[in-house]
Structure formats: structure tokens, C-alpha cells
Write a protein that binds this ligand. Structure first.
Ligand code: C2E
Ligand code: CA
Ligand code: CA
Ligand code: CA
Length: 274
């Protein structure tokens, strides 16, 4: 009996240890990715619903492991936020995306980029000076940049957030609210902050199912955006049916596997350089 309980305790602690070890491994991998610049942005097209033209691309972070495999954000963003490694990772990402934007420009491709910014990164006092100086140094047109922020940010000090957003907006950089409607925050921030567009979360788009479509949330967000003179972008568009319905519901911009999965910078170039 004693043995059994000992065995169970032992099993439990081994499990704890393996959680700890894999976290530790990820942490080391993140540090290594930052030191060796093993961050790779992929890009997903954002399409104008009316014309089908490319409106912008969203940059999505991947980390390369020692075998060259791409690790998706679901495996590292939470840990990176908890350890604040999201700040150097995010800075690396911004540098890479701006460099790519310049390379595209030199090829004759004018592509707007949308960059995801973690609340941890946005709230860090180094963020605003960092992004302003990088845009300046690399001669990036701030009009060609959009920052995607999540609603969880709006639970923080709105005065500071507003002043940072105002600085960016004055230069021409736009702000969109990512995963709109999933964040449990009070909608009044939309009145107070200089937001340009709402990204309709893919969980709502998924409810536009051809057999039994539930449109109420998509319709509500689209109407809210229109009445506040904001743009809106539907993410996670996977079918022609969804694309069609979203356009009918007045959502001007669409993004999802139906148009393209996230691809490399080169693939963007071959596809859109005509
Ligand atoms: P997100 O910003 O909501 O990005 C959309 C996610 O949906 C991406 O996953 C994208 O690949 C995926 N997706 C695109 N189209 C479809 C579709 O039609 N169907 C489905 N089911 N999924 C689709 P990904 O690339 O794995 O990124 C996951 C999340 O990681 C992002 O969600 C974002 O919150 C975060 N993330 C990605 N890159 C960065 C970054 O550079 N910085 C920060 N802070 N977060 C990032
Ligand atoms: Ca996003
Ligand atoms: Ca999103
Ligand atoms: Ca999302």
C-alpha cells in the first residue's frame, strides 16, 4: 500500500517535471531563436471583397527549429508573453517585416502590412519609441502599416494607450482590433480610442455554415463597424459561401484559407508581381 502511494506520488512528480522540462526547453528555444534570428514571418493576403484585389497582408510569426521546421505561435506565444520574450521577438518580427516591405517595394510591389502586437509589447514603454525609430530609419511609409491589437489591451490604462495610438494615427499608421468580440472588454473603448477597423474573429465566421448559417454575430459586428464608420475584416474565411455572405453583409475585407493560407514572402511576390 505504501508502495502504491509512493508510486503515484512519483508518477505525479515525473509528470510535473516533464511539464517543467518542456517549458524550459521552449524557453531556451525562444532565447536561441532571438539570439540567432530564427524568426520567420509568413504572410496571409487580405482581399477586397468587391474587387478581389490584394488589400494588405497580415504577418504571422513562425520560429524555425534546429531541423528547419516551422513552429506555430500556438506553441510559443503564451510562454513568450509570460516571460516577456515577446518583446524582443516582436521587435525582431517588426524589423523583418519592414525589411521585407522595402524589398517588395524595390520590386515594384506596394503592399500594406498588418502586424500583430501583443498587449505586453504594446504596453512596454520601449514600444512606441522603437517602432517610430525603425519606421524612420528604414524609411517605411507609416500609411502602409496597420497594427493589430486585441481587446485584452483595453483593460489597461486607456489614457496611455490613447496617447500612443494618437501618435501612431497622426503619422498614418492604422489600428485594428483583432479577435473582436471574444475579449470580454467593455465596448466603450471604441468611442474613446482612435480605432480604424474591427477584425471579426474566425469563430464567428465559422458560424456562417452553408447548411444552417447563424449570422447574428457577424451581422451585428458588421453593423456596429458601419455605424461607427470603422472598416471591418473577416478572418477565417474558408468557403465561397462565407465570402459571398460576408460581402452581402457589408464586410469590405476578407482573409482566410479560401483565398490563401499564410505563405512566404517569395510566394507573395510571385503571386502578385505581374
Ligand atoms: P490571429 O492574429 O487571430 O491570426 C489568425 C490565425 O488564423 C493565424 O494562425 C492564421 O494562420 C489562421 N488562419 C488564417 N486563415 C484561416 C482559416 O481560413 N481558417 C482557420 N481555421 N485559421 C486560419 P497562426 O499563424 O497560427 O497565428 C495564431 C495566433 O498567434 C495569431 O492569431 C496571433 O494572435 C498570434 N501571432 C501570430 N503572429 C504573431 C506576431 O508576430 N506577434 C504576436 N504578438 N502574435 C502573433
Ligand atoms: Ca491578427
Ligand atoms: Ca484574429
Ligand atoms: Ca484569433
Amino acid at each position: 500500500k505504501k508502495d502504491a502511494s509512493h508510486g503515484r506520488l512519483c508518477f505525479y512528480s515525473q509528470e510535473m517535471e516533464s511539464v517543467y522540462t518542456s517549458r524550459r526547453k521552449r524557453y531556451i528555444q525562444l532565447k536561441n531563436a532571438i539570439a540567432k534570428h530564427l524568426v520567420v514571418p509568413l504572410y496571409q493576403p487580405i482581399i477586397c471583397a468587391k474587387t478581389g484585389h490584394l488589400q494588405a497582408v497580415e504577418a504571422l510569426m513562425r520560429i524555425k527549429d534546429e531541423n528547419g521546421n516551422m513552429i506555430p505561435p500556438s506553441e510559443f506565444i503564451t510562454l513568450a508573453e509570460e516571460t516577456e520574450l515577446i518583446i524582443p521577438l516582436g521587435e525582431l518580427m517588426i524589423n523583418l517585416v519592414f525589411d521585407q516591405q522595402i524589398r517588395w517595394l524595390n520590386q515594384g510591389l506596394h503592399i500594406r502590412v498588418c502586424i500583430n502586437i501583443s498587449p505586453i509589447q504594446f504596453l512596454d514603454p520601449s514600444f512606441l519609441p522603437f517602432i517610430l525609430s525603425v519606421m524612420d530609419q528604414k524609411a517605411i511609409n507609416p500609411n502602409m502599416v496597420e497594427l493589430e491589437l486585441t481587446e485584452s489591451l483595453m483593460l489597461e490604462n486607456l489614457t496611455q494607450i490613447k496617447s500612443d495610438m494618437d501618435r501612431l494615427r497622426k503619422l498614418g499608421t492604422s489600428i485594428s482590433i483583432d479577435d473582436f468580440g471574444t475579449g470580454y472588454s467593455c465596448l466603450s473603448y471604441l468611442r474613446d480610442l482612435p480605432v480604424d477597423s474591427l477584425k471579426i474573429d474566425k469563430s464567428f465566421v465559422a458560424q456562417l455554415n452553408i447548411d444552417n448559417p447563424d449570422e447574428v454575430l457577424v451581422k451585428t459586428i458588421s453593423t456596429l463597424a458601419q455605424s461607427m464608420k470603422l472598416s471591418s475584416i473577416a478572418e477565417g474565411v474558408e468557403s465561397q459561401f462565407q465570402a459571398q455572405r460576408l460581402q452581402e453583409l457589408g464586410v469590405p475585407l476578407l482573409q482566410g484559407y479560401y483565398f490563401s493560407k499564410p505563405v512566404t514572402a517569395d510566394q507573395i511576390q510571385t503571386r502578385y508581381l505581374i
